[in-house]
Every structure is written in structure tokens, then in C-alpha cells.
Design a protein around this ligand. Structure first.
Ligand code: TYM
Length: 329
């Protein structure tokens, strides 16, 4: 039985990128594997050192996890700071993580550019904390989006290094995973790069967005002036719309608009209307569940408590063994 783990930072509501990158099909997987899903509240301090509403944000992610179909009876759903063993493993891994390799990580370089006044040690060692999250349960598979691939490579490096250094076969080599498919990058609506919570207003469609908000965002999505010759190559913003459509619409719908594009008859307005209705249909049950669960504080608290117990049982076993391997008594 594989041990599967994934996490999300509590820095905003979950969007379609989070869903397709890390959550889709998890509902099936949780019954066949030993699954851990956690909320990375320690990690959020690397970019938000004085969070305004950490508790509220953590609760929101938990509600949205559950609304997406995670079952607290089957999977272990917990808050990172409820498993302080993670922090101890992070400390051990940091002793054998080198400045040079950490400085070369793409996300570090990007963050250093975007927050030049707060290039803190936590940001530099973000990959070791992430490795600690994964290795604390000795996980095999890690459902994540494409943007986390390099972090997983670092995790394998740290796991192998630990094994070599202490001459053990203790940690497995965890792999980034998307339910048998390639890792995905869901694009945003602003014509560039990826969907993200901090990419600016209108870029992300959140799972909790109301239908009229979704319509507004999609109708404003960036496109171009339209194809001028048959079977033309799509520009990035238009390709992004098609990629989103592939995620939420039926293959017939995608084919229909592809044909329209290839014969230069496409009307982006029509395509956006269809896309927004398909997103609404897709997110409808999740949105309803979010509303229901948000009102049930007692249940959310109970889920957190159950998750904490289960996570600590696994985490304390690992940290006990790691201490022994290193030579602590
Ligand atoms: P975070 O909070 O940025 O994103 C959570 C998950 O959503 C995926 N994701 C996307 N996937 C596809 N397309 C997108 N546009 C998109 N945007 C976000 C991310 O790849 C991620 O899987 N470092 C992690 C949190 C973390 C973690 C871990 C994950 C901490 N420790 C251990 C897995 C295992 C992060 O910042 O995710």
C-alpha cells in the first residue's frame, strides 16, 4: 500500500489550479492507499510572516478539502503545526542541505525577486521543510502540480543523502504524482503563466466563487484578435482557454471550438460563455458543500482533532527512528 501525501498553503481560497494539480481523483485514491493531506501553515510564514487570520485561513482550506471529497475517516487530514515532529525533521535535514543547492531552486529565485525585503532563511530552506512534510510519513507519492516538480527532486536528494550518510535504507524516494497522468499546470485567465492566488485579481477561478463572479472573470479573460488563416497556431492566451476547457468541459465541446478555431469561425465570446457555464457546472457541488461545511464549526474542529492524532502517531514513530539512526538517545 502506497503512502500518499500532499499539502496546500493556507494563503487564500482554493482555485481550479489547486484542484486539478493536487486534488482531482484523490477521492478514489484515499480508499486504496494510506493518504495524508495537510495544511501547510508553517510554510505560509515564509511569505506572510504576520498572518492576519491564520486560523480562519486554515479552516477555509480544511472546509475546501472536505468539499472536494476528502474523507476524514479514510485519509488523514491535518494541520502542519499540529505535527511539530515535522519541525524536528526539518532541523535534521537542514544540517545536510547546502546553501548552493538551495539558492538554485527556481521558486526561491522567484520569491527573492518578488519580496526583496524579506529574503528570509525560511524561504531559502522552503524545500527542506517540504521534504520534512513528505518524509515524516515516509511517503511514496505526492500529488502536486507541475510547479512543485523541482521541490520533489530536492526531496529525493535529501532522502538519498540521509540514507547514504547514515548507511540505512530508511527513506523511500518520493515522486511527484498526478493520478497516472502527467503533472499539470492550469493556466490563469490573464493570458500569462499559471493560475495562482497571488497573481492578481481575475486570474484565478476559486472553487467558492459564485456563478456570476465566474461568468464575469471568464468573460474578461485575455484572448487575441482571432485566427487569420486556417489551422493557425494558437497564441498563449487562447491556448490557455482551451487548456481550461479541456479540464472542465466534455471532449465534444473542446472539439467543437477547436474546429471553429481551425476554420477561422471562432467567436471567443461564445467560447467563454460555454467555458463559464461548464466551470459553474463543475464547481456547483463543491460550492454547495463549502457553504454547508463552513457553518459547521464543531465538525471542522473534530476533523482537525482526529487528523492530529493520526498524523502524530505516524510522525512520532518516524522521528523516534530518525533520532536513533543519527545517534540520539
Ligand atoms: P500551493 O499552496 O502553492 O499549491 C497547492 C497545490 O496546488 C498546486 N497548484 C497548481 N497545479 C496546477 N496548476 C496550477 N495553476 C496550480 N497552482 C497550484 C500546487 O502544485 C500544489 O500541489 N509547496 C506547496 C505546499 C506544500 C506541499 C508540501 C505540497 C508544502 N509541503 C508537501 C506537497 C507535499 C505549495 O506551495 O503549494
Amino acid at each position: 500500500m502506497d503512502i500518499v501525501l500532499s499539502g496546500i498553503r493556507p494563503t487564500g481560497n482554493l482555485h481550479l489550479g489547486n484542484y486539478f494539480g493536487a486534488l482531482r481523483n484523490f477521492t478514489k485514491m484515499q480508499y486504496e492507499n494510506n493518504c495524508y493531506f495537510f495544511i501547510a501553515d508553517y510554510h505560509s510564514l515564509t511569505t506572510h510572516p504576520t498572518p492576519e487570520n491564520l486560523q480562519g485561513n486554515v479552516k477555509q482550506v480544511l472546509v475546501e478539502y472536505l468539499a472536494c471529497g476528502l474523507d476524514p475517516e479514510a485519509a488523514t487530514i491535518y494541520v502542519q503545526s499540529d505535527l511539530p515532529e515535522t519541525a524536528e525533521l526539518y532541523l535534521f535535514l537542514n544540517m545536510n542541505a547546502y546553501k548552493g543547492e538551495l539558492e538554485r531552486v527556481t521558486t526561491f529565485k522567484e520569491k527573492a525577486k518578488s519580496q526583496p525585503n524579506n529574503i528570509n532563511a525560511g524561504l531559502l530552506t522552503y524545500p527542506t521543510l517540504m521534504a520534512a512534510d513528505i518524509l515524516i510519513h515516509r511517503s511514496h507519492k505526492v500529488p502536486v502540480g507541475k510547479d512543485q516538480e523541482q521541490h520533489l527532486e530536492m526531496t529525493r536528494t535529501f532522502a538519498n543523502r540521509f540514507n547514504r550518510l547514515y548507511k540505512v535504507e530508511y527513506f523511500p524516494e518520493p515522486v511527484a504524482y498526478n493520478f497516472g497522468d502527467d503533472l499539470v499546470k492550469i493556466p490563469g485567465l490573464d493570458g500569462s503563466g499559471k493560475m495562482g492566488k497571488s497573481e492578481g485579481e481575475g486570474n484565478a477561478v476559486f472553487l467558492a466563487d459564485e456563478p456570476n463572479v465566474i461568468r464575469k472573470k471568464v468573460m474578461r479573460a485575455v484572448t487575441d484578435t482571432g485566427p487569420v488563416e486556417k489551422n493557425a497556431k494558437k497564441s498563449d492566451p487562447v491556448q490557455n482557454l482551451f487548456t481550461l476547457m479541456q479540464a472542465v468541459s466534455t471532449p465534444d465541446t473542446v472539439d467543437y471550438f477547436n474546429d471553429k478555431f481551425n476554420s477561422c469561425e471562432i467567436r471567443y465570446g461564445d467560447m467563454k460563455k460555454q467555458l463559464s457555464e461548464d466551470i459553474i457546472k463543475f464547481t456547483d457541488p463543491i460550492r454547495e458543500k463549502i457553504k454547508q461545511l463552513s457553518a459547521d464549526d464543531d465538525y471542522i474542529k473534530k476533523v482537525m482533532e482526529i487528523g492530529k492524532e493520526k498524523a502524530r502517531a505516524s510522525g512520532s514513530k518516524t522521528i523516534h527512528e530518525v533520532r536513533q539512526i543519527i545517534g540520539f538517545r
